[in-house]
Every structure is written in C-alpha cells, then in structure tokens.
Design a protein around this ligand. Sequence first.
Ligand code: NAD
Length: 484
Amino acid sequence: MAEHQLFINGVYEPAISGKVADVENPATGEVYARVHQAGTEDVAKALDAASEAFQSWSKERPSVREGVFLKAARVLESRKAEIMDVLVDEAGSTLMKAGYEVTHTPLHMISIAGECRRVHGSTYWSDYPGVESYCVRRPLGVCVSISPFNFPLLLSNRKIGWAMAAGNTVILKPSEVTPVIALKLAEIYTEAGLPPGVLNVLPAEASDLGDSLIADPRVKKVNFTGSSRVGHIIGQQCGKYRKKVTLEMGGKNPLVVLKDADIDYAVEVATFSNFMHQGQVCMTGSRVIVEAPIYDDFVQRFSERVSGLPWGDPRKPGVMVGPLIRKGQVDFIHDQVKAAQAEGARVIAGGEPRDRYYLPTVVADVTSDMSIFHTECFGPVASVIRAESHEHALELANDSEYGLTSAVLTNDLEKSTFFIDNLESGMVHVNGPTIRDEPVAPFGGVKNSGTGREGGEFSMEAFTELKWVTIQRGQQQFPLPPKS
Ligand code: NAD
C-alpha cells in the first residue's frame, strides 16, 4: 500500500508529528493509502520554507512564473490516466467527473499563466505641483489555502494557483479525505519547475493544528473553500489575527423553471445540476422551483429521467452517480429525505440507501417550512417546489441563508432580467445549469455562501496588496513660518 509523506520545501518528508492516517476508498471502504499527518512543528517548518521562498519568488520575472504554469498544464495532461485513477479511488469520482477534472485543471493552469503579467495599478492626477501619483500591487507573502474533498484537483489548484501567480508562496491544507491528489499536484508543479518552498502541502486533521496555520504573523492571507460551518470558524480566526480572507462556502441553490420553459430541456438541466458527482457540488441546483402550470408535467418527466440514471461502481463507464464520500453521509441524506416525507413531501424517485451509495432521488411537493428546503444535503437528492407565479418563484429562491449560484429557465426577456436583478446570489445563469465554472469569471457567493471572488483579475486583486506611491519632482513648498 502506498504511503505518502508531507511536501515541504520541494521534498517529501515524514511528519515530525509521527502521525500517519488511513485514507479510504469511498466506493469500497478499503484503505487506499496511508498519509503522514502534519502537526504544529510541521506547520512551523513549512512556514519557514514558504517565508524564505517568498524572498525570491515574489521578485521572479513573470515569464518564469508563466512558464511554470504552462509546463504544469502539459505535465498534468501527460499524467491524465494516473491522476484519474487517484480521483476515482480517493474521491469516489465517476469516470465522467474525473475526466472533467483532469481536462479542466490544465485549462485553468493555462489561464493562470495568462494572468501573471496582468497585475494592474492606477495613476491619479495630483493636486500637489510636480507630483506623480500612482498605485502598484505587490504580493502579500505566505498564503494558507484550505481545500475541500469534492473537486480535490481542480479546487486545490484554484486555491494555490492564483496565489502563486501573484508572487505569493503557499501552504496547502487539503481535505483529510483527499490528501493524495494534493500531493500529486505538488509533484506536477515540481516537475514543471516550481522552486522549493513556493508550494508546501500539509495533509492534516484540522483539530491537530489548532490556530497554528493562521496565527503566525508571516501568514498574510487565508483562502478557504468548504462548508459554511467551517468557513465561519476560519472567518472568526482570521478576524482575531487580522488576516485577509476569502471564503467560498456552501449553497442551497435555486433552479427556477418558468412556465414558458421547454420542459424536456428543463429536465436535462435539472438532472445535470443535481446529479453531477452525486450532488456533491457546491453549485448543485437542489431547489428546483417550478411554476404551477407546468409543475405536474415536469415532476413526472424528471422522476422518469432520474429513476433511469446509472448509479454504482464509479469505475464503470456510463455511471453517473457514484458513492458518497463518507458512509455517514448516506445516513444524513436518508434522514433528510425521511423527514421531508413525514412533513408531506413525495419521494418520486430513489429515496433509498444502498451501502455507501444513495439512489438518485427526487422529492416533490417540498415547501419552505421543511428542513430539506434549507439544508445543504451534498448528495444525490433534488427537491421540487411549486411556485404560483414568477414573483412567488423569486420569493422562494431568495428564502435561503445561502446565495452562491442560481439559474432561471425562460425565454421571456422581461422575466429573465427580473431574476438577474433580484436573485440574492453571487452567480445567475439564464437558460443554463446552476453548475458553471470558468477560470477568469468572478466565482463566489453572497450571504452564508462566502465573501470574496475567485478567478482571473479578481484573484490577482485578492492576492496582492495596494501600495500608493508619490514621486515629487522639484521641491514642495510647505505652509511653514519663515526660518528665524
Ligand atoms: P469542510 O468544511 O468539512 O472541509 C473543508 C476543508 O476545511 C478541509 O480541508 C478540512 O480539513 C478543513 N477544515 C475543517 N475544519 C477546519 C478548521 N477548524 N480549521 C481549518 N481547516 C478546517 O468541507 P468539505 O466537506 O470538504 O466540502 C464540502 C463543502 O464545501 C460543502 O459545504 C460545499 O458546498 C463546499 N464547497 C464550496 C465551494 C465553493 O466554491 N463555494 C466549492 C466546493 C465545495
């Protein structure tokens, strides 16, 4: 069985903590790898390395940084098959989802390369005679990136890539259930020529690290993607230690289907938005809000479509719905579905656990007083909700603590702009799924879904500090009394 060590200062080394943890294959429950776990002394060592590397990496020429990201994309492409294996065995990804990650991550790397020269400043007219006034952006220093389990390659790369492109150095703490893919990412960047210390990867149980990752004065920014529960803890720590922070958190996203929408297309959009990676996507459109005149028709066609979705062994070609990341998650989802049923909702597809899997499920007649309406299930369960009008659909859509993404299906221009203007959401997609991700678009949420935006220029801003500069030509005259 493979054993993996920590990645610090360009080399793999055993954890000083002496702790090694088992990583399970979500499909079988078998131990898939053993991974060294960082403790506070390992954090200190990684901080030393990242801090030292910042001295040169922050001054590195953009052409060198570009070159690393472009080469990383090529290295990843050449190792696709091996990386897909890890995504399947460690994260329970279906072949389709693993294929998406290994195809899109190199595209993100290429986009990140393209941003290395685009760190914008500004110039200002000055009221002071002879003064040139402008601002420049400079890298921050050591950044801590914390990534979730669901898209462990794409999201770990997003967490570290923009930070490094802007001239920072990084300590990545991956999810405790998907550490191997993060260590592979370090291998890829090393093969691409990334200097030692610029990226350090510390698999760990968060509880073993306490505040050590965030409290150190050399850490200038924390960049988190994960649940809203943990995001709030991180946000509080960052407040306490006055760190910059970006939080990309959970969602309970509305997919609104208005009465003029093409029902067959709406069913395809809802199926993709809900069952990609068995619903373990922050952008899952798990509240499907359908206008009354087409509600019954939609519910019937959606139930037929979802009942026929192939589920099971993620290695089997054509399977859409694989295992949940943890066995406990199956019970949590089943409890949500049973509670909704007890409250009057109808299970019209699935609704049953199968060991480490949950059957693709649709719950109809969900109302806003039910727990399932508000709770992020992070599993293959879609709720369908009836709206009496498009105004009612908007009210239902906004009735959530979350505000990550949203979608509206309509060909009515007036109504689509009504939703664009009024949805309380960081992202709105008209006539598309709730799940959309592009490297340079501003990705992020409002309300309990997060603060800050990621991607392209927005990340380059988030990972740099503004510095105001003035240059005096000639000598300034001061309003001082004459010299005595
Ligand atoms: P999680 O919050 O349980 O864990 C995320 C990361 O935080 C992991 O690396 C974990 O080890 C770490 N962590 C946990 N407690 C910590 C602590 N006290 N201090 C420091 N780090 C800590 O999330 P998850 O289960 O891995 O991922 C699923 C969640 O992530 C869902 O809620 C989903 O919506 C969200 N998510 C959001 C986005 C987005 O871009 N908005 C993308 C993907 C996933």
